[in-house]
Design a protein around this ligand. Structure first.
Ligand code: FAD
Length: 465
C-alpha cells in the first residue's frame, strides 16, 4: 500500500512538474478579460478612444491597458486605417531585400485584444466634439459611430512637398509600407528594360536621385546601393552595377544635420566609398518625368526620383472642424499633451506640435512618439481620477543611422560610434523594439540567412487574364 501511494505521488508529481514546465515555457500574462467576460466598450464608465494605431497610438493604448488592469471603469479602443502599424525605422531595409515587407508590418489586432483593448480597422472621417462621437468608415462602405469620454489623436504625419512642381506626380515618397517595395521594383523594371533592349537605354533610366539628406535619405541611398551591387548583381551579370548612378541632393550644408559633425563626416566618407554622389546646399525646383531641375539651375537627367525631404502633420486632421491646427506643425497642444481649448482631447506623435515644460518643441520621431504615448496614458487616467497632470519632458536617447547591413553611424546618450559594431547595435536595438515576437524571430532569421546566402529578389506582379 505504502509503495502504491509513493508511486502515485511520484507520477502525480511528475505530471505537475511537466505542466509547470510547459506553462513556464509558453508563459503569457493573463489577459485583462477572457473574450466571454468582456462587456462592450460602450458600457464602460470611461471610454478612451485612440485615433491611429502607430508608434504613439499603440503605446498609449498598451500603457492604458497595463495601468488599468485592475479597474472595471475604463475601456480602451483603437481605430486605425490598417490592422498593422508600420515599423518605419526598418522600412529602408526592404529596398535591398534585407527585410521582408510583411515583417515591417507589426500586427495590431491580436496584441491589442490580448492587452484588453478593442480595435476597429477604419478611416476616421468625422468628430463631433459636442456629442463626443467619432464616425469612422471601413473601405468607404461600412460606417460606425464610436462614443468617447477622452479622445487621443495620434494620426501621424506624411511627406511635405512645399509646393514644388512635379514631386507628387513623378517622385516616389516614403509614405507607406509599399513604397520601399516600389523602389525595389523600379530598379528591377529598369534592369529588365536594359536587358531586353540589349543595353540601349538612356542613362536617365539608370539614374536615381534621392532628395533629402536626413536619416531616411541616407538609409535609402545606402540600401539602393546594396540592392544594385549585392542583391541584384548575380541576377543581372550583363549589367555593370556602376552604370547605376545614385545621387543624394540635400538643401543643407551637410547631410544628417541632426548628427554630431564627426559622424556626419564619417557618413559622408562612407557614401563616397559607395560612390553615392552627394550634392549639398541645393534643393529641387521642379521634377518632371525625365529630369530634376535644381534651384541653382543645374539639371539632372533622371527618370527615378525618391522624395524624403520633408514631413508634415496628417492631412486627415483637415477633416475635423474646431481643432487648433497648423498644417505644417500639427495640433496645438500644451505640455501635458492636451489639445488647446479642450479638457478631453489629447494629441501626440507626428500629428501634434508637442512641447516640453519649457515650451521647447519635441521632434517628430519614433522615440518621442513612444515616450509621448506613455505620458498621455498617464495624464488621461490622472484627468479621469482628478489627479495632477505631468508635463511631457522628452529624453532623447540618441540617433541610429544604418548604411547597408555592415555599417552604421550611431550617437547613443552622447557616445558616438560607427562601423560594423554600430551596425550590430542598430540591428539588436531595433529587433528589441519590434513589438511582434513573430516578426522579431523572422527578421533575426533573415539576417542570419543573409550571412550564408545572397538575398533573393522577386517582384510580385498582378496579371490581367
Ligand atoms: C521612412 C521613415 C523612416 C523613419 N525612420 C525613423 C527612425 O529611424 N527613427 C525614428 O525615431 N523615427 C523614424 N521615423 C519617424 C517615426 O516613424 C515617426 O515619428 C513615428 O512613426 C510617429 O508615430 P505616430 O504614432 O505619430 O505616427 P505613425 O506611426 O505614422 O502612426 C499613425 C497611424 O495613424 C493612422 N491613421 C492616419 N490617418 C488615419 C485616419 N484618418 N483614420 C484612421 N487611422 C489613421 C495610420 O494608418 C497610422 O497607423 C521614420 C519615418 C519614416 C516615414
Amino acid at each position: 500500500m505504502n509503495k502504491l501511494v509513493k508511486r502515485s505521488l511520484t507520477v502525480g508529481g511528475g505530471i505537475l512538474a511537466l505542466q509547470f514546465l510547459r506553462k513556464a515555457l509558453t508563459f503569457k500574462p493573463n489577459p485583462r478579460y477572457e473574450p466571454w467576460e468582456r462587456k462592450p466598450y460602450r458600457e464602460f464608465e470611461n471610454k478612451i478612444l485612440v485615433l491611429g494605431g502607430g508608434f504613439s497610438g499603440y503605446t498609449a493604448a498598451k500603457s492604458l491597458c497595463k495601468m488599468t488592469e485592475d479597474r472595471d471603469d475604463v475601456a480602451v479602443m483603437v481605430v486605425s486605417r490598417e490592422n498593422y502599424f508600420t515599423f518605419w525605422p526598418m522600412l529602408a531595409g526592404v529596398i535591398s531585400s534585407d527585410i521582408e515587407t510583411k515583417n515591417v508590418a507589426q500586427p495590431l489586432r491580436r496584441s491589442l485584444i490580448e492587452l484588453g483593448a478593442s480595435f476597429r480597422r477604419a478611416d476616421v472621417k468625422e468628430i463631433d466634439f459636442e456629442e463626443k462621437l467619432v464616425t469612422a468608415v471601413d473601405e468607404g462602405v461600412k460606417s460606425v459611430q464610436i462614443p468617447f469620454d477622452h479622445l487621443i489623436m495620434t494620426l501621424g504625419g506624411e511627406p511635405a512637398y512645399f509646393g514644388i512642381p512635379g514631386v507628387e506626380e513623378h517622385a516616389i515618397s516614403m509614405k507607406s509600407i509599399n513604397t520601399a517595395e516600389e523602389i525595389r521594383n523600379r530598379v528591377i523594371e529598369r534592369y529588365e528594360e536594359h536587358t531586353i533592349s540589349r543595353g540601349e537605354v538612356p542613362a536617365s533610366k539608370l539614374t536615381f536621385v534621392i532628395i533629402g539628406g536626413g536619416a531616411t535619405g541616407v538609409e535609402t541611398a545606402s540600401e539602393l546601393h546594396s540592392l544594385v551591387h549585392q542583391a541584384l548583381a548575380p541576377d543581372y551579370p550583363n549589367i555593370e552595377p556602376h552604370r547605376v548612378r545614385i545621387i543624394l541632393v540635400d538643401r543643407n550644408e551637410q547631410i544628417l544635420k541632426e548628427l554630431d559633425p564627426a559622424l556626419r563626416r564619417t557618413a559622408r566618407k562612407k557614401l563616397a566609398d559607395l560612390q553615392v554622389e552627394v550634392m549639398n546646399n541645393v534643393g529641387a525646383r521642379e521634377i518632371t518625368g525625365d529630369k530634376v531641375v535644381l534651384d541653382n539651375g543645374h539639371v539632372i537627367e533622371c527618370e527615378n526620383v525618391i522624395w524624403t525631404a520633408g514631413a508634415r502633420a496628417s492631412v486627415s486632421l483637415e477633416r475635423f472642424e474646431g481643432l487648433p491646427y497648423d498644417e505644417r506643425k500639427g495640433l496645438e497642444v500644451d505640455p501635458y499633451c492636451r489639445v488647446k481649448g479642450f479638457d478631453n482631447v489629447w494629441g501626440i506623435g507626428d500629428c501634434a506640435a508637442n512641447i516640453d515644460s519649457k515650451g521647447n518643441p519635441i521632434p517628430p520621431n519614433a522615440q518621442a512618439a513612444v515616450q509621448g504615448g506613455k505620458v498621455v496614458a498617464r495624464n488621461v487616467l490622472a484627468a479621469i481620477d482628478g489627479k495632477e497632470l505631468k508635463t511631457f519632458d522628452y529624453r532623447p536617447l540618441g540617433q541610429l543611422v544604418e548604411m547597408g547591413s555592415q555599417f552604421a553611424v550611431n550617437e547613443v546618450m552622447g557616445v558616438k560610434f560607427s562601423g560594423f559594431i554600430a551596425a550590430l547595435f542598430w540591428r539588436v536595438t531595433y529587433l528589441f523594439k519590434t513589438e511582434s515576437p513573430q516578426n522579431r524571430a523572422r527578421i533575426a532569421a533573415d539576417w542570419l540567412m543573409d550571412l550564408f546566402f545572397h538575398p533573393s529578389v522577386t517582384q510580385i506582379r498582378g496579371r490581367e487574364r
